[in-house]
Design a protein. Structure first.
Length: 366
């Protein structure tokens, strides 16, 4: 390594003051017996996905599809849209970055409910845009009237995380449709649905983007294979939007967005969708059991439609997270606001409820 005193060229001033992306304290298995900090699925890839990825390694000397066409076509069939309405990338966060870079000039605004996904300020800042954070209401839900009021002349993009990360709260379908319709047509509305698979029955989840896209040319829907599909480590996300929106994303995206084995795993996962539905059902049952148990232990829990729970404990967040770590449980702490706990296995739920009971007893003795 060069001498630390040697000067290096200065990076862009846009990096000054950017927030960092917090880690979910997933840790190593020997450190945390229960990894509930990163919203990962407790189940690994399906056997079909694993086998397909391994088989595809034989062609690793060849470049993959230029734009991930095979996966885009399969996703188009799943969602009932044309193939030119799909873009794929290494996670939906990459597609969101492409959207903001393609739509925002320095000084433009990106509006979103807040607290929401912590990557949003980073992505907006890298493009020189200003993130306008609209506070959630008392139930940890987005406030449609406040969002509409926050859309000014410099707003180019509105991001709606639904279900919202980290609160798990979601719009009622009719309320979401009304909000999208009320937003100006000049604004690109990004519906970040990373957790949509947990929010409804599989048929509705698959069909809802096509219904909305048929009504709104200024809508982009982001989905991912990282959650319910169990492929977080492979990084597969996609965008459904008007072909003109997809063309703009392709204009700012580098070629070859996904390696061949990753595409093979995603395609095989789509063929095993019934197994994903079973996973989602198990997750919903554990989410409900954990929510009921935590409320009985006098902890506040927001209503969740995702694979995690939000505990808005305010200033107690850091202490509660530390208590969980001491019990071998990794959770996600938002200091001064709350703690997010991923829904995992039955054993994970048992561990969280035991730790919460101990926390309650400690608080009562204090």
């Amino acid at each position: 390594m060069a001498d630390a005193n040697m000067p290096v060229p200065r990076p862009s001033a846009r990096l000054d003051g950017l927030p960092g992306y917090g880690r979910g304290r997933a840790g190593h298995a020997e450190t945390f017996r229960h990894r509930l900090g990163s919203n990962e699925a407790p189940d690994g890839p399906s056997p079909e996905a694993l086998a397909a990825a391994i088989a595809a390694l034989e062609g690793a000397n060849r470049y993959p599809d230029l734009r991930g066409e095979a996966l885009a076509e399969a996703l188009a069939r799943r969602h009932g849209v044309d193939a030119d309405m799909v873009a794929v990338a290494a996670g939906s966060i990459v597609l969101l970055d492409q959207i903001v870079r393609a739509w925002c000039d320095p000084g433009d605004e990106v509006v979103t409910p807040w607290r929401s996904y912590e990557a949003y300020p980073i992505i907006a800042g890298l493009s020189g845009a200003r993130l306008v954070e609209v506070p959630l209401d008392g139930a940890c839900c987005a406030d449609p009237a406040a969002l509409l009021a926050a859309v000014g002349p410099r707003c180019r993009v509105v991001i709606l995380c639904n279900p919202n990360n980290p609160t798990g709260t979601a719009f009622a379908p009719d309320a979401l449709d009304a909000l999208i319709a009320a937003l100006p047509a000049r604004v690109l509305v990004v519906l970040d649905e990373a957790y949509a698979d947990y929010a409804g029955d599989a048929r509705t989840v698959a069909a809802s983007p096509a219904r909305r896209l048929a009504r709104h040319a200024n809508l982009a829907v982001l989905r991912t294979f990282s959650k319910a599909w169990g492929l977080a480590g492979l990084r597969v996300g996609y965008c459904l939007a008007d072909p003109r929106v997809i063309a703009a994303l392709h204009a700012v995206a580098p070629p070859f967005p996904l390696p061949g084995p990753v595409v093979a795993a995603a395609l095989a996962s789509l063929d095993a969708a019934a197994a994903v539905e079973a996973r989602v059902a198990r997750n919903a049952a554990e989410r409900e059991r954990m929510a009921v148990g935590l409320r009985r232990l006098e902890l506040p829990v927001a209503e969740s439609r995702a694979n995690f729970l939000w505990l808005p404990v305010g200033e107690k967040a850091a202490a509660l997270a530390a208590h969980c770590r001491e019990a071998g449980i990794a959770v996600r702490c938002f200091a001064g606001e709350g703690v997010r706990i991923t829904t995992g296995t039955a054993a994970d739920t048992d561990a969280i409820l035991a730790a919460a009971a101990a926390w309650r007893d400690i608080r009562k003795r204090a």
